[in-house]
Design a protein around this ligand. Sequence first.
Ligand code: ZN
Length: 466
Amino acid sequence: MNQGQIVLLSSLLLAGTAQAATPKYVFYFIGDGMGAAQRQVAEYYLQQQKKDPALRLAMDTLPVTGITTTHSADSLITDSAAAGTALAAGVKTNNGVIGLLPDGTKVTTLLEQARDHGMKTGIITSTRLTHATPASFISKNPDRDDENAIAEEFVASGVDYMAGGGYRHFINKASGLKSKRRDDKDLVTALTKAGYTTFISEKSTQNFMHYQPKAGEKVFGAFSASHLPYSLDEASKQATPSLAQLVDKGISLLSLEGNKKGFFMMVEGGRIDHAGHAHDVAANIDDTLAMDNAVKTALTFYQKHPKETLIVVAADHETGGMGLGFGKNYYLKLDQLAKVKQSIEDKTQKIYTGDRAAFYTTIGQQFGLTDLSANEKKIIEQALDVADKKDLTPDENQWGEYDPAAIGVAHVISQRANIYWTTYAHTGVQVPLSAIGVEAQQFGGFKDNTEVAKTMAKIMKFNIGA
Ligand SMILES: [Zn+2]
């Protein structure tokens, strides 16, 4: 290569560097427990319900696709704290640990860097705000279950928009609402003093829906004592906002005029994971679809600002070992799931009180189980026999610490759909990732979860990690 060629080459390289754009608006979606099977079964179900085999999930229409490994520092099977920390800060830590290296060193997250660079920030989730995934973006705590302390870190975080469930860690017992605080701290008043407009409990949902944000405002919304309801249970009541509605309000707040530096919004579809733990196919699909509706909301924004927006849809791990297919059969029967009217974890546990006739009537009405086969009846009867015992030995507790009666129903429904589960916990399989927008192509290919965060940091010119 001669001198001229070298000059030409280096100027081409410089031009290439100069063209690398930084997105002004970032949506970072995390489907908790949303593996390939969860995405696929939700898409098949949607196609069947809408009678359109060409229908795709919005997240499956994004042009860039990647695959992500999920192991933590101390296990090949991650939990959501270690995986959240990897996706937020690009580092491996131990299961249960939030925002710290295994040796206790604090790490800096993408969201903190966005805030410190003057971007508006948002944390949105369908779980408690203090739950592992959202907490990983703002908290430093060796114990993910220390949610009262994590709540205090949210108050001090300066994040412009926080919306989800879990007010029980922010209010005290004197409030008259359900509180899990062991002290008398009133964090809602602290939030108000810090300049937040607050929306607490289901009663504030309508006010929130009609609320028109003004420039410079900060908003905190916790619409339920614990997690937001499963989308499946919520559909008939609308007592709390949907994930898509939370994202929509976030966009109207964080993109107000005067916000020159854009926003960074983390959005977790958190109950996909819970449905996986409880072997609840219908709730799993419904919450995946609810998250996909939130992605659609972000895509509508993207279409107005295509040169300034980046959307990444990631997952922290797979939950349940959901298998599409069971036994020697070559089919799925997803039409069976359309009969399901309620979740296993939140609505079916504890409904069996010893009255078997009443239980069969309820599951007939709520799950379409009016025509149980001999084998299905056997599964339910076995579950009810176990439920009748007061103290289970570890050997007898094969029900993931759930109410055996509810899990018996979950297994009959799963088998009718020809879907099987390998665990009540997480699995170590790779998870899909999708992206669109500014520098989205950098998220393609096979990556570790830490590389997802590092890629985003590189694009945003952020310093994350330790
Ligand atoms: Zn989980």
